[in-house]
Write a protein that binds this ligand. Structure first.
Ligand code: ATP
Length: 234
């Protein structure tokens, strides 16, 4: 479904991605793990067109992906960014509807809204609340719900567990598995390697802008070097 080949990205003199290649099969959860500054967010931001690439190709459903930000929404991709970037001065409901702003299919939008409420009952309880007053976990739910409102086939999910208490991290990862069951494909970037590999089909380790390991997630989670480097804390 998504094929990234030999991707190279620079920020001025910093070579952030050095020939990264990954593949995401339809219906899978693929997790990219790696420490701070490894290039994980850069990879997602390059796929979504937020960051310019120097070289390499990104094919989505066999075609070169649009290079301009937000154009990916039209072809069925959504990005749920690190830091969530919700609209603080809009209500929860208004934020959700912003996710559907390119759509005209009213009936399907209403159905998708119901699905979002099923996935995130907490949002349903807070529809008229200003988004700026939500807790960190609720913000994450809102950012994911808003992304789903564009009815994407592929979801780019950046650090969903960032800054959340352990119980909420567990909830968020359960919801990620529920989203997969809605026939969505998910590319997940996470520092919480254990959780990310637990829900994934396939995984990649990114270190200093390079893929250093790739494999079946169930195998990676038992890999001794990965255990030592990334799975110290569960
Ligand atoms: P984190 O989890 O901390 O976000 P990451 O794995 O997502 O880490 P990136 O944010 O992609 O890593 O950063 C990769 C490298 O590129 C780092 O060295 C970072 O300092 C650098 N970098 C990221 N964004 C910029 C930018 N806008 N300008 C300059 N350098 C940047």
């Amino acid at each position: 479904m998504l094929k990234v080949d030999n991707l190279s990205v620079y920020y001025g003199g910093i070579h952030a991605l050095k020939g990264v290649s990954i593949a995401v099969e339809e219906g899978q959860i693929v997790s990219i793990i790696g420490s701070n500054g490894a290039g994980k967010s850069t990879l997602l931001n390059t796929i979504s067109g937020m960051v310019k690439r120097k070289g390499g190709s990104i094919l989505y459903k066999g075609k070169e992906i649009p290079k301009l930000p937000y154009h990916i929404v039209k072809i069925g991709i959504c990005q749920v960014p690190e830091g969530r970037l919700i609209f603080a001065n809009l209500t929860v409901k208004e934020n959700l509807m912003m996710g559907a702003y390119l759509r005209r299919d009213k009936e399907q939008i209403a159905k998708d809204l119901e699905k979002v409420y099923e996935l995130f009952p907490r949002l349903l309880e807070r529809l008229t609340q200003m988004a700026g007053t939500l807790s960190g976990g609720e913000e994450q739910m809102l950012a994911m719900g808003r992304g789903l409102m564009s009815n994407p086939d592929l979801i780019l999910l950046d650090e969903p567990s960032l800054g959340l208490a352990p119980l909420l991290v567990k909830t968020i990862f359960e919801i990620i598995e529920d989203i997969k069951k809605l026939n969505k494909t998910i590319l997940l970037v996470e520092q919480n390697a254990y959780k990310a590999l637990s829900v994934a089909d396939f995984g990649y380790v990114l270190e200093q802008g390079k893929v250093t390991k790739a494999g079946n997630a169930k195998e990676l989670i038992q890999d001794k070097s990965i255990l030592e480097a990334y799975l110290g804390k569960k």
